[in-house]
Design a binder for this molecule. Structure first.
Ligand SMILES: Cc1cc2nc3c(=O)[nH]c(=O)nc-3n(C[C@H](O)[C@H](O)[C@H](O)COP(=O)(O)O)c2cc1C
Ligand SMILES: CCCCCCC(=O)C(=O)O
Length: 366
């Protein structure tokens, strides 16, 4: 028997990433904001739910492929937008997006990617890529990025709405770490014609200064996002929804979906865990729009619990970045395949052949 050299558990992937990466980079990826309350709560919320197995049901065939935004996907799992992926691996976003393409799941490319949107899509001709938008201080730049995403074949725009100001990133203070400087990054900005016109002198310092000046708007409102509707026909997903009233508003305004997320515990420390946010949001929005949840999803059984509580799909951040740091594209494929087989196993062992039938009745709350 050949020994599988890849880790199996999240903690082991994390430990391997810690060995491979420079300390500041690893802590930037691993860390949360403040004292890490929400980071921890995201994971522990899953431990408060248990699966109640059913028996004597035919589970000889179990299907985990599904669709999201009318696109077929091989599992209800997406790769969350994570910026600066060269920190984890030299081929960064290219390797991660290729892994998503291979595994048949969507890849959400961040605004602050270390490869441009065009490079990512050229490397993944069969990929289901979505674009995550940080609303720039410069609206021409915002809309230019959206147009580039459309032209490069991206299938949805994910607007992150929880990052008007950056969370109190304690690990970055301790390690004095700047991800954009560490990767000499911002390739996606550098490729943008509106951005190019903003940089008067094309030096490294000026480029980074302009990225910092332009990457985030701190006074974005619902009206801004509604203007996006006028310039793109792509589905729009709002990422960073935690309150049922905001979910309700997103549905009323006709957005196609939301990502229930606290940014992996990196923004408001002491914010509610993602899983705890989910049920009230599902109740508020019912089946009107797609609901994706992220934060603390560390195995296929966590995916099962999120689906049973009403999510249509989940996205994962750190887990695949650790796979990327450990073994590049292959590591990311391995992480996704482990989630898939754990989900299949959980469905079989709990007597559920059809994951669409999962409901709160499958779960017990301690
Ligand atoms: C290193 C790192 C960088 C991230 N960069 C972005 C980003 O560029 N845009 C964004 O919307 N979210 C970003 N996120 C948040 C993720 O999209 C996602 O919400 C979070 O990682 C989910 O939690 P998990 O890591 O526990 O799975 C980032 C997260 C990490 C860990
Ligand atoms: C515009 C805000 C920059 C954030 C950089 C990436 C990110 O989201 C993170 O959590 O870190």
């Amino acid at each position: 028997m050949t020994r599988n050299p890849m880790p199996v558990f999240y903690k082991d992937w994390e430990a391997l990433a810690a060995e491979k990466l420079e300390r500041g980079a690893f802590e930037y990826i691993r860390g949360g904001s403040g004292s890490g309350e929400t980071l921890l709560a995201n994971e522990t919320a899953f431990r408060q739910w248990a699966i109640i197995p059913r028996v004597l049901r035919d589970v000889s065939s179990v299907e985990i492929s599904t669709s999201i935004l009318d696109q077929p996907i091989q599992a209800p799992i997406l790769l969350a937008p994570v910026g600066y992926q060269k920190l984890a691996y030299p081929q960064g976003e290219l390797a991660a997006a290729k892994a998503a393409e291979k595994a048949g799941v969507p890849y959400i490319a961040s605004t602050v990617s270390d490869y441009s949107l065009e490079e990512i899509s050229e490397h993944t001709p069969q990929g289901n890529n979505w674009f995550q938008l940080y609303w720039s201080t410069n609206e021409a730049l915002t809309f230019s990025m959206v147009k580039r995403a459309e032209q490069a074949g991206y299938k949805a725009i994910v607007v992150t709405v929880d990052t008007g100001v950056l969370g109190w990133r304690s690990s970055s203070f301790v390690h004095h770490f700047s991800p954009v400087r560490a990767t000499r990054g911002g390739a996606n900005f550098r490729k943008d014609p509106v951005f190019q016109a903003l940089v008067t002198e094309w030096t490294e310092d000026n480029i980074i200064k302009e990225i910092e000046n332009n990457k985030r708007r701190d006074h974005m409102t619902w009206d801004d996002i509604l203007r996006l509707r006028e310039i793109t026909s792509l589905p729009i997903i709002l990422k960073g929804i935690q309150h049922p009233k905001d979910a309700e508003k997103a549905a009323e305004l006709g957005f196609e979906g939301i990502i229930v997320s606290n940014h992996g515990g990196r923004q408001l420390d002491a914010a509610i865990s993602s899983l705890e946010s989910l049920s009230p949001i599902v109740d508020a929005v019912k089946d009107r729009i797609a609901i994706i949840v992220d934060g603390g999803i560390r195995s296929g059984t966590d995916v099962y619990k999120a689906l049973a509580l009403g999510a249509d799909a989940v996205s994962i951040g750190r887990p695949y970045i650790y796979g990327l740091a450990a073994y590049g594209e292959e590591g990311v494929v391995q992480v996704i395949e482990q989630y898939k087989s754990q989900l299949i196993s959980a469905l079989r062992l709990s007597g559920e052949a059809n994951m669409k039938h999962l409901s709160r009745e499958n779960l017990h709350r301690y």
